[in-house]
Write a protein that binds this ligand. Sequence first.
Ligand code: GTP
Ligand code: MG
Length: 689
Amino acid sequence: MAANGVSTNGSGTRATGPRCVALVGPFQSGKTTLLEAILARTGVIPRQGGVEAGNTVGDASKEARHHRMSVELTVATANFMGDSYTFLDCPGSVEFVHDMRAALPAIDAAIVVCELDEKKIPQLQLILRELEDHKIPRILFVNKIDKADAGVHDVLKLLQPASRTKLILRQIPTFSGEIISGFVDLALERAFVYKEHAASEIVPLEGDAADLEKTARFSMLETLADHDDELMEQLLEDIQPPRDKVFDDLRRELREGLVCPVLMGTAARANGVLRLLKALRHESPGIAETAQRLGIKAGNDAVAYVLKTQNTAHGGKMSIVRMLAGQAGDGTTFLTEDDEVGRVAGVFKLVGQSTEKRGPAMVGETVAFAKLEKARTGDTLTAGKQPHSAVAKVAPYPPVLAIAISAKERKDDVKLGLALNKLAEEDPSITIVHNAETHEVVLWGQGEMHLRVATERLSDRYGVAIERRAPSVGYRETIRKGIVQRGRHKKQSGGHGQYGDVVLDIKPMPRGSGFGFEDKITGGVVPRNYIPSVEEGVIDALNHGPLGFPVVDLHVSLVDGSYHTVDSSDMAFRTAGRIGVVEGLPQCQPVLLEPIHLVEIVCPSEATAKINALMSGRRGQILGFDTREGWDGWDIVRAKMPEAEIGDLIVEIRSATAGAGTFTFKFDHMAELTGRTADQIIAARRAAE
Ligand SMILES: Nc1nc2c(ncn2[C@@H]2O[C@H](COP(=O)(O)OP(=O)(O)OP(=O)(O)O)[C@@H](O)[C@H]2O)c(=O)[nH]1
Ligand SMILES: [Mg+2]
């Protein structure tokens, strides 16, 4: 018995217990359609819906339906031949990839749904790398085989570059004319003909198909034999290995991450789905192996991993968890290493949007716990006194696109704040930044669609209508020459007057030096106690320079002035300081400064030239490019680029790289900006004021 109460089956036998399997793969490869086929096949739904028809379990949310793509992870539990399987339908779009990444640690295996499309290979590679890094066994399912033609023989040649693990072809297609009408299973050595929405029918394996099968099977066995000396000897001596031995090897080598089997089918017609489910049943690992992979320690406490957090429209919070050890139910109190996170108030089975109340969750099961107020996605929860160490920490990718938002109606400001918190709780790849300088609320996310869906949720789910704008760029201004300027504030109104008088020596300073103030008063012409007020006045004026932006990189010395024994005050000197700067700066050749960032773009090498051109076209200064270490066929391009041009850079990078490229950036320096672009920015600023 393993620590967590589930028997560990050596890799020779079938895993037991409830499984958790993720459906992952490039954008639009057919994951949601495959889930639909699986749910129909396992009787969870009466008939298979379609993404185009807008009636799938996977894409049931309003936003997913609207955009005809998955925009979050969907969970559905089904039974197949007496075992429970929970499927996680992950979005394929890179903008929603965090939902997949955060869930991966908890799964037993992944079905990687892909297409025979060269353009989607880099995206496939990204996903496979993620799985390889987590050491998660994976089966490739080549979908949309209905659209493939005779070129399909080169399946492995096309797909292998995406995988560091050796792929093995488990099935080969059979044709009726130009159309793929069935397949031969190379392990079973049986031929099947696809039937629409029904199990494939066994047909005799004969003629051309039989010859092709022999060659394909031999190469499958050769790959398996790389990790099995006995099999290697049998092949060398031309002995047919027993079928059981082949299955044992397939199971063991998949679980040990030595090979990655490739199956095929047409999810839209449920073709190839039954064989896929059987491969999962017989070959994929279960909770015992997963607990071992995650280093779950012995003990009787329940341990659960939060793979997703959801807030329902009615305010209820759901933490979707995989039970890694023990059992937990209503009333179980959970903690993490940092904190107590709350008490379970309801256990639910999930099938897409529908929830069904159920009893305690057992080891291996994937369920939703209600009302764990402080639990966050990625947390490792423990019931009992001694919190288990976190089994995984998946940090979201840094955001790449931002919008400034505000509630359409002032009265919704508070509601917006609360809704944003919930949004960020559900989706840690969203960041909310309050810009104190511009008073903007800036929503940072992973791309256009990601931000669009976020704002749709704000209005649809949380009932806050919002307005969106491009966020302000952090422009500054500075001066090119100095001046000595008097600032005088004198008011005589009835009784008590106001008097402050200063002379300021204003000088430009090198880039990046900010602001300096110096008191050079001699002989007490400005009394000491007023000097801080002068500085305050200067700073007030610098917040908004003659071009409309904060002024930086200058030095102001207070060199002279005068005072009045009765009428002088802090306030009067503050005003005088401000006047000195406001009147002086326009004569100092003010110039606009714009932030320049150091940008690093990663992209498949075939897109590097396009990326270079893209960067140059956006006032970028290319610093060079390199091959990306450890990434065959990828480059890194480095450039310096104005913040204003980075705004929607990600959109262009993605379109130049079939969605696979991305970038990071960090502030480098401020640079002078003159000419037409500068004039436009200054004019826009004036207009906005
Ligand atoms: N011809 C054909 N089309 C398919 C098949 N499976 C899915 N499609 C179509 O491919 C498109 C994408 O299908 P989805 O199931 O939404 O793909 P997905 O991988 O879930 O997409 P994302 O979650 O957005 O990444 C839809 O138009 C489907 O109808 C298939 O087996 N054959
Ligand atoms: Mg989908």
